[in-house]
Design a protein around this ligand. Sequence first.
Ligand SMILES: Cc1cc2nc3c(=O)[nH]c(=O)nc-3n(C[C@H](O)[C@H](O)[C@H](O)COP(=O)(O)O)c2cc1C
Length: 320
Amino acid sequence: MPFKLLSSPLQGFTDFRFRNSFNKYFGGIDTFYAPYIRLNGKPEIKLAYQRDILPKNNTGLELIPQIMTNDADEFLYVAKYVQGLGYKELNWNLGCPYPMVAKRGLGSGLINDPAKINGILHKVYAESDIIVSVKMRLGYKNSEEIFRVLPFLEAYPIKSIAIHPRIGKQLYKGEVDLDSFQRCIENTNHKIYYNGNITSVAGFNELAERFPMTDHWMIGRGIIADPFLPEMIKSNTSAYPENRIEIFSKFHDALLHDYSQVLSGPGHIIMKMFHFWEYFISSFSNSQKGLKKIKKAKSMSAYENAVRDILNNEGNREFS
Ligand SMILES: Cc1cc2nc3c(=O)[nH]c(=O)nc-3n(C[C@H](O)[C@H](O)[C@H](O)COP(=O)(O)O)c2cc1C
């Protein structure tokens, strides 16, 4: 069955710089979801959020902006803003697990308040023609919460509900609850997308076999850990391209170049790249040693040496 692969947003990682370089060197992603926009109590969108979704910074890729809010007026404000840029859809984040967020009734902390979700949707649909989609977890405290929300969502023409079948309290750890995901599919007429722990072609194929009606799959950390993954899933192969290291190296250099333009000083640039490497390293064999070297790097040349070591070491390996 034909299917779509979607890039699940990662605040601090999958910004427009990442998306553009990813798209140039790897591909395989049909649609990117931008990391959330959050207002700070004022009808004002931070410049960094604005820059991230500006169409001129996102040419050649399909992008859907996202909002994290528990307020209909904020939703409407951001909806109008993104429509003004030409976007047709706004994705609503009901999944963020961080306690600071959830305690304020945002992200996954809103799932246990179906009446509030209903009220927000009611007003949004009454006052805007934006297409709404939702990205959510099973709940914050327990996985029953979503089953009290789904009946309310039936009343609205929501485009899709992407479900990451964990609860907020798990953060990003522990098992994904595939049985509950199945129950979600059975308890809604809406289109359900799957999100969570897709990290290999074999793992994807198992999920696709278990959920044959699912044809939209969101990948978050997996595309940073292995940016070749989406294209390999699409081609149903576990073989990397022969010039794997060369491609990765160009991608890395493009990211480094772009962040070097906007971050000040080696400390900030290396830290930014180190956070990417915390993911990248899982597809390299001499993992922890190389990562430590990057973390310890105090100058750009020390950083570049550490990266070269990792890539050269990998280049000597045989890939099947
Ligand atoms: C550092 C980090 C930042 C994230 N930022 C967002 C975000 O802005 N919006 C969102 O909907 N999800 C966000 N997520 C959740 C991911 O999009 C995704 O739902 C989650 O990681 C599970 O999918 P995965 O196992 O494929 O990574 C974030 C996750 C991480 C680890």
